[in-house]
Each structure stands twice: as C-alpha cells, then as structure tokens.
Design a protein around this ligand. Structure first.
Ligand code: ZN
Length: 427
C-alpha cells in the first residue's frame, strides 16, 4: 500500500526527458488513478499511473498528447486506457453537470476517521476487479498478524461486485455503472472521492494486486457460500454437473467457425446473426448433455449464465436457470449455491468461471487457441492437496467434441471416488 499525501500529490518521472521527482496531482478516473504533472525541464504535460491492479506490473507514463510514452512492451495496450481516462481532466471547466454515479453503502465509519485504507476494485475486466477485491482479506488479516496497524478498509467496487464485499470491510463505495464501461473515466468520480477523503486523516491506497495465493483466500468471505466438501464427492447416486454459459463467449470448435464469428463482429453483422450463433451453442451443449447422460446416466445437469436472447432448446434435458442481465443479487447467491453442490462445472474460458470454479469440486474449462497463454486466469479452484487440483481441474481445447468433453467429465466422476476410497483405506 502507498500513503496518499494530504495534498494529494504524487512523485512522477517525465516520460519525455526522464526528469524525476516531478510533483503530480492525483486524479481519480475510475479504473485508472493517475498523477498529472507538468515537467519543469521539457515543459510537457503528462499522466503517470499509481500502482493499482494491472498498473503494478505495467506502470504507464504518457504525455497528454500521447507522443511521449514510458511503458513496458507488454503493457503498451494500457496506454490508450490511460489516455482515455486522463483526457476527462483536460477541459474540466467545460464539463457538464456530473451524474450521480457513486454511492456509499454498508458504512460503519463515522464522519471523522484518523486512518483508512482505500481498496479500489475498478477494472473493465470482471476478473481483474474481483481479484482486486480479494485483497480485502489480506488487508483484514495483516493487523491480526501485527504486520501492519489496524485500518478500516473502504472498498470501491462496480455495482456488479457490491454483493461480494466481505462483512469486515468498513465502508463500500459503489460505482453504479456496468463493468465494461470502466474503460472510460467515471463521470464525477474524482470529485466524489476527493469530497469523501476530507473525512479522513491519513489515507492509504491499496495496490490491489491481481495475483494471489488461491489456497489462502477464503472465497466464502466473499460469496458467503461454503464450497463443495470433497469427502462428499462419492456420496449418494446423483452427480451434479453445471454448464456455465454466456452468449458472447461461445463454444466454437473449428477455426472456420471462429473466423466467421470474428468476421460477423468486424463487419457489424453480429446483432443480426446473434440468435443463430446462440442456437448453435445451445445445440452443442445439448449434444454434450446427451453424451453425458449416455456415459454417466445419474447426472443431473443444470445451466446457469446470462441470456438476453432467452433462446432455450434444452427440452427438459437440462435444468435451465439462465437469467437476463442485470442479475439480481439473490440470483447470484442462488447460482453460487448451485456451484457449491456441483461435482463439475463446465464452461468456455471467459464465460464467467471464476466464482463457479471457486465453489465446485471440479471443472472443465474449454480453451480457445488465443487463450492458451491465459489459461489460469479464468479459474479459482483451490484444493489444498495438489493431487486434488490435478484430478479435478481440467482444461480442454474448444476444438474438443461434445463426446470427448462428456468422456472427460465421466472419467472425473468415476476416477476421483476411486482415489478417495484408496485415501480412506490408507487412513
Ligand atoms: Zn520532461
């Protein structure tokens, strides 16, 4: 964590001439917190990111005209985000009246608090925002281990994550707009944050790391749902399998399918062909359900996920619990309960597998070729025994056929109980 000075300044380094210790003014844009500075040597105005979320790994400094950039090669894609977010501060005098985009909920803080820790969990990627929120547990536990003083935590989250904020967070600031819209500055956010910070003496700014140890993170603090208990895996006859679907992350098997889908996206045909693509995916999962029933007849199959098309087609074969967006919190909790009784959850990378995999016994994650380097970013399976992790956490390419996926799931359902039985026998 870093200390935010009372005058909200932060030391920066000019991206054009390299002058160091240039004083920048901290600006809160939403997914990016920047220090805006004017270089006293070369005269350029520039933004530098504060370390938070993905900017810990990829710090960015960029001149306001975009000509001078200091960024790691792999972090260059973030420059546009910084420019977009920073631009809102360039014509502040001309800005229109600000919308009410932020609200405070679940506050246990008074009006005057000496010391707080600010945990920003804002990112246009749901997974990143969720990982940032997981830092709350670490910040809560560190004072108990006496490694840092006790400071009330303030979590700043998009509306979609508000229900996941743990009880030990002292106050929650909710940004009431879709996660995907956080690729731009949040209207009125800087003014809101600075107004609130007047309530506090010393403000610490969490780095909001997006990488953490899955084994020590208690996901139940966030979901308030106990995960599947592995000793129960072989109890009873019924095996619960849950398919996690999204209509914008499709199970496309062949290169030609993916090429056609991308072409529809680029040429603007996707809205007109959307229903066709969704039906195609439904057909594929229906095939998977059929094969699964043939290979493992005591499966009970459920589907969760967002559906705005409301295209069905599972014909009683599957318990279809999909819902249109935006999702009520109660529905999220119902889904979490479903994941926590699932022996295996199945979904394409990016279809919202983080919470399902944190709660289920096992998963099958279907990976498109372009997601191979990012295969671990969509799952949270956290069994203490590494062999459990290996046996129950599986990845397959999206090119796998429904028959092959069904065979893999059936083998997990068959083989893991064998392993459990032997473990019990060994004592
Ligand atoms: Zn300079």
């Amino acid at each position: 964590m870093i200390h935010l000075s009372s005058d909200l300044t932060y030391p920066t380094q000019c991206p054009a001439c390299g002058t160091i210790e240039v004083t920048g003014q901290v600006r809160f844009a939403g997914a990016v917190t920047i220090a805006r500075a004017n270089c006293p040597v070369c005269g350029i105005a520039f933004y530098q990111t504060l370390p938070n979320g993905q900017f810990n790994r990829f710090p960015i400094a960029v001149s306001t005209d975009g000509r001078a950039v200091r960024a790691a090669r792999r972090g260059r894609w973030l420059v546009k985000l910084v420019m977009n977010c920073g631009a809102v501060f360039e014509n502040e005098g001309n800005r229109p009246a600000l919308a009410q985009t932020c609200s405070i909920i679940n506050s246990t803080l008074g009006t005057s608090v000496p010391d707080v820790l600010l945990l920003f969990c804002l990112d246009d990627c749901y997974g990143h925002a969720l990982m940032m929120l997981f830092n709350a547990q670490r910040h809560y536990e560190q004072p108990q281990r006496r490694t840092v003083p006790n400071r009330p935590i303030i979590a700043v989250v998009p509306r979609a994550l508000a229900w996941l904020v743990p009880d030990y967070v002292a106050e929650t600031w909710v940004v009431d707009q879709p996660i995907a819209s956080l690729d731009r500055a949040v209207s009125g956010f800087d003014r809101f944050v600075k107004q609130q910070l007047k309530r506090f003496g010393t403000v610490w700014f969490s780095k909001g790391h997006i990488h953490f140890d899955h084994r020590t993170t208690r996901f139940a603090d966030f979901t308030r749902t106990r995960k599947f208990e592995l000793p129960q895996f072989d109890q009873g006859v019924t095996r619960h399998i849950t398919f996690v679907l999204r209509e914008d992350r499709l199970w496309l098997r062949s290169g030609s399918e993916r090429w056609l889908y991308r072409a529809c996206q680029r040429l603007g045909f996707l809205p007109k062909t959307h229903a066709l693509w969704v039906r195609w995916q439904v057909h594929r999962y229906r095939q998977l359900a059929n094969h699964l029933r043939q290979t493992y007849p005591t499966c009970q199959i459920t589907i969760t996920g967002l559906t705005n098309s409301r295209i069905t087609g599972f014909d009683g074969l599957i318990d279809d619990r999909r819902q249109p967006a935006p999702l009520p919190t109660e529905q999220e909790r119902t889904w979490c309960a479903q994941y926590a009784r699932s022996h295996v959850v199945v979904g394409v990378h990016g279809s919202g597998m983080l919470l399902p995999t944190s709660l289920a016994a096992g998963f099958v994650n279907l990976l498109p070729p372009d997601k191979l380097p990012h295969y671990a970013e969509d799952v949270l399976l956290a069994h203490e025994n590494p062999i459990h992790q290996t046996l129950l956490g599986r990845f397959l390419p999206t090119s796998a056929s429904p028959r092959q996926v069904a065979a893999l799931i059936a083998s997990m359902l068959t083989e893991f109980p064998v392993w459990l039985a032997e473990e019990r026998e060994r004592g």
